[in-house]
Write a protein of this length. Structure first.
Length: 107
């Protein structure tokens, strides 16, 4: 008699590369949204958070049927929003510091 836990483990481990590919594709799409669209950083962040909420809602509606894939998408979007948000804040701080230095040099 076969153990059901072994079958579930074998199936889930076979899906791990596919889940990783999905996560990377979603992260890449988020990067394209952030860098290649004419949206401001704040608007891009809001779009990513909205997409995150939509996928989280889909995860609830699906009742766990596609939990592995949807959780990979959720975490990819969350990571992209956090990373690009921090980078945007850092860039904004750098611009302000450069403007202050330029203003001091003119005085």
């Amino acid at each position: 008699m076969s153990d059901p836990a072994v079958a579930v483990f074998a199936t889930s481990s076979a899906l791990n590369p596919l889940i990783a590919v999905v996560a990377l594709l979603v992260f890449g799409l988020c990067a394209l949204l952030w860098h290649k669209t004419p949206l401001s950083s704040m608007a891009s962040f809001i779009v990513l958070v909205a997409a995150l909420l939509v996928v989280a809602g889909l995860n609830i509606i699906a009742e766990g049927d596609y939990a592995d894939f949807l959780l990979a998408v959720i975490w990819s979007i969350a990571a992209a929003a956090a990373l690009f948000g921090v980078l945007a804040i850092y860039g904004n701080i750098q611009k302000r510091l450069a403007a202050r230095r330029a203003q001091r040099e003119q005085q």
